[in-house]
Design a protein around this ligand. Structure first.
Ligand code: G3I
Length: 303
């Protein structure tokens, strides 16, 4: 097949991108989006600060814009994200304890309820584990409401939208040997054992110029817990053949594991990226296909 989405579909997978509402008026951007991708994630527009700027006052305009554009083109949508220490509205940043816990449950209920039945998956909780060697939780106002906040978030999301796959999403959990990966693995294993509703793990996969040698092992091991694995925010620094080879390795790792359901890149053109100076995406600033694009397409087609 000749596009990323159609090529991924040959093995029952999707190929997605992050989309920014502010770029939906850019013809080159929308042309590539409509042609190449079968899944969409809102880059910022469904986050807590965007959807609940004031307590219990919800704004869905930009999130709905992205959802409707995607669905009108036959694409599915991943929700990102219901609970995170980052991009909280100011009023929530200043909250703690039981009142914050109630606000979190209300937020999840209202936002997941608004999109009920329309999303493929939700990143229910984003980036809750600490970097470094502890393998433990990251400190945050949400964590300080009690260690059970993550499972409460998942149960609340399931009740609000029973049709969406519920994911835990994080970065630096790509290498199987990392303590952070092991911490997330233990949590998912525990959730599955106790019946906490979790369906998928998102590996953000923001990479420098190298891919961990045990990346496929990580995907495999999470899959063996009985959850889907999704590559949710892929971008890889570099250019030319080295970048193309790294993109091939990531694509091949997903294709090699049955439970790896799809890949999402975190933007369309290098100039759309949060790390634009590292030129980490599949299209250049003019919208031309890079070597990395051809490498991914070829891998998806079995080459
Ligand atoms: O919307 C305001 C705009 O009104 C203002 O004029 C402008 C001036 O700075 O800022 C705009 O907000 C920016 C927003 O992106 C929208 O462009 C924020 O400053 C900026 O911090 C924000 O960055 C986003 C970042 O998350 C924030 O945490 C990036 O676009 C987005 O790509 C990035 O995505 C995250 C994932 O959600 C989670 N994983 C890591 C990933 C990369 O950081």
């Amino acid at each position: 097949a000749s596009t990323l989405g159609a090529s991924a579909a040959q093995s029952g997978r999707y190929f997605g991108t992050a989309v920014a509402a502010g770029r939906l008026g850019d013809g080159t951007y929308v042309g590539i989006l409509n042609r190449e991708f079968s899944m969409v994630t809102a880059e910022n527009e469904m986050k807590m600060d965007a959807t609940e700027p004031n307590p219990n006052q919800f704004t869905f305009g930009n999130g709905d814009r992205i959802l409707n554009q995607a669905r009108s083109q036959g694409k599915r949508v991943r929700g990102h994200t219901l609970a995170w220490h980052g991009q909280q509205p100011g009023w929530m940043q200043r909250m703690e304890g039981p009142s914050l816990r109630s606000a979190l449950v209300n937020h999840i209920t209202k936002v997941a309820g608004h999109y009920r039945g329309q999303l493929y998956a939700w990143d229910v909780v984003n980036e809750a584990f600490a970097d470094g060697g502890s393998g433990g939780r990251r400190d945050s106002n949400l964590q300080r409401t009690g260690n059970d906040w993550i499972e409460v978030a998942f149960r609340t999301a399931r009740a609000a939208d029973p049709g969406a796959k519920l994911c835990y999403n994080d970065y630096n959990i790509d290498s199987w040997s990392a303590a952070k990966t092991q911490g997330v693995y233990r949590m998912v294993k525990d959730f599955k054992a106790r019946g906490v509703p979790i369906d998928c793990v998102g590996l953000q996969s923001h990479f420098g110029t190298g891919i961990p040698g045990d990346y496929q092992t990580t995907i495999q091991r999470f899959g063996e817990l009985g959850v889907d694995v999704q590559i949710t925010e892929l971008d890889i620094a570099g250019s030319g053949t080295q970048q193309a080879e790294n993109y091939r390795r990531v694509t091949q790792a997903c294709l090699s594991v049955a439970r790896c359901g799809g890949i999402t890149v975190w933007g369309i053109r290098d100039t759309d990226s949060w790390r634009a100076r590292e030129t980490p995406l599949l299209f250049d600033g003019a919208g031309n296909k890079k070597a990395a694009y051809n490498s991914v397409l070829n891998a998806l087609n079995g080459g």
